[in-house]
Design a protein around this ligand. Structure first.
Ligand code: NDP
Length: 442
């Protein structure tokens, strides 16, 4: 890998990069099938990613005709890194075994280890024989929608594909490694004004928020919409805030500390609720709902912006879902992509049907949506929300921070990049947006 890295840092040509031999093994953050049962009897919150994420060499797989090998300069931690490492709600070896039964090439994914990670920025090292649009040396970011493009159900909206999967979560050969194997239709141009680590943190969360709010497949937000955003300084929330502001909407950001509230204000989000200070108790101790507390949240929203939300950007799940359904405006939309606090949600259906509300399930983004979201980053209209940078050896610690909500925004991971700050090709655009690139830096 040393020669490959030297070539990249020295600006080698496409031909020079294509001529470099690939290593037989590469360094990767991975989980082991033999650890699958290690957390049995341990509460979800007490499961420690530092104990289940291993860093070590794994074999280099052969690539399929529609795939590319990427030298990963940087990657990022997503919440799915946490889910994989705590084997909850399911072990990801199940989905990979099912994938392995789909084709000869897919068999490669079904191994006794899984290289994790669903984001990457880097350089194309090799392309399979069927690839037309990319070549060795191209600087790229990678989105995580792993789609079988020979499946008719993948066309019109590839998130509808019968066997659509999330790369590095439901597949092997993910991005938290020195090398990643991806399908050509996961590739997007690297935003030229960003460093490798800044370019690595956005694709998963940014694309998810784009689909949830901007795309007609999601809430299809319009100018003036009031949008309540849970976890507004977290991974997806911090991109959601930017989309609402860019689209002429009015964000109300919910966070859990004065420090996080200060970040939101710096981003231009004027209406902020500190849920810890407000101490909402949406659930009573006996496990029933506390409607008075939904009303208190609704009252706080009205005090801040004078009206009810047109859209609620929902992902905490069980703890907040009923409140989200209650506070959204008559005819408004709750759009959800997750359930961090529990997926068996309950809400009072009377407030839902009598007030003609809508509920939209959303999951990642199709290639077009991810490409549009990446384009907005490349134009300096949406900004990466990176707060800290870790090394590949520290992936367990970084995932621990996300699992315990000790972080803000996105945590980047340097893979091949030897230090922070490399990879900028457009210093002029960088200078124009410089103040926005430090919103989350501590
Ligand atoms: P982060 O941990 O970065 O942010 C989530 C934020 O939600 C937290 O920082 C916290 O903010 C808030 N939160 C957590 N628990 C609660 C709770 N019980 N009540 C209210 N707020 C809560 O995670 P991400 O933003 O990256 O991801 C959020 C969720 O979305 C995860 O479950 C993830 O798996 C999922 N996801 C789904 C995707 C999809 O395609 N379906 C794509 C990306 C993410 P604070 O404490 O400041 O309020």
């Amino acid at each position: 890998m040393k020669k490959i890295l030297e070539a990249i840092l020295n600006g080698a040509t496409s031909e020079q990069i294509a001529a470099l031999p690939l290593p037989d093994t590469y360094r990767a953050a991975h989980v082991l099938k033999s650890d699958e049962k290690m957390w049995e009897g341990v509460a979800t919150q007490d499961r420690d990613p530092r104990k289940s994420i291993h860093i070590g060499d794994v074999p280099m797989p052969e690539i399929a005709p529609d795939e590319a090998v990427i030298a990963v300069m940087a990657s990022s931690i997503n919440f799915n890194t946490v889910w994989t490492s705590i084997f909850d709600p399911v072990s990801t070896f199940g989905p990979m075994a099912r994938l392995g039964r789909e084709s000869e090439w897919a068999k490669r994914h079904d191994r006794d280890y899984q290289v994790i990670g669903s984001d990457a920025s880097g350089v194309v090292l090799r392309v399979g024989s069927a690839i037309r649009n990319w070549k060795p040396g191209d600087k790229v970011t990678v989105h995580c929608n792993h789609v079988d493009d020979q499946d008719p159900s993948s066309h019109s909206d590839s998130m509808m594909g019968a066997n659509q999967r999330i790369w590095g979560y439901e597949t092997n050969f993910g991005g938290l490694a020195d090398v990643a194997i991806v399908k050509a239709n996961q590739l997007m141009p690297k935003p030229a004004h960003l460093t490798w680590e800044e370019a690595a943190v956005s694709a998963l969360c940014n694309s998810t928020s784009y689909r949830m709010l901007v795309s007609p497949n999601g809430a299809n937000m319009k100018q003036g919409d009031v949008v309540l955003i849970w976890g507004a300084s977290g991974g997806i929330g911090a991109y959601a805030v930017q989309y609402v502001l860019n689209g002429g909407g009015i964000p109300i950001g919910v966070v859990s500390s004065p420090e996080k509230a200060a970040i939101l204000r710096e981003m231009g989000c004027e209406a902020v609720i500190d849920r810890k200070a407000a101490n909402y108790q949406f659930w009573k101790e006996d496990g029933t709902h506390n409607e008075a507390e939904w009303r208190r949240l609704g009252g706080d929203i009205r005090k801040l912006v004078g009206e009810d939300p047109d859209i609620v950007f929902e992902h905490p799940g069980r703890s907040t879902f009923a409140a989200s359904v209650f506070v959204v405006k008559k005819g408004g939309t709750v759009v959800t992509c997750a359930a961090t606090s529990g997926f068996m949600v309950e809400f009072d259906n009377r407030y839902f049907w009598m007030r003609l509300k809508k509920l939209i399930g959303s999951h990642f983004a199709n290639y077009k949506e991810a490409y549009e979201a990446n384009r907005l980053i490349a134009k300096g209209m949406i900004h990466p929300v990176m707060s800290q940078v870790f090394t590949l050896d520290q992936v367990g610690e970084a995932a621990y921070q996300v699992h315990n909500n000790l972080h803000e925004g996105k945590l980047a991971v340097l893979c091949l990049a030897p230090e922070e700050g490399l990879g900028v090709d457009d210093p002029e655009l960088r200078a124009k947006v410089a103040d926005k690139l430090t919103w989350f830096r501590r």
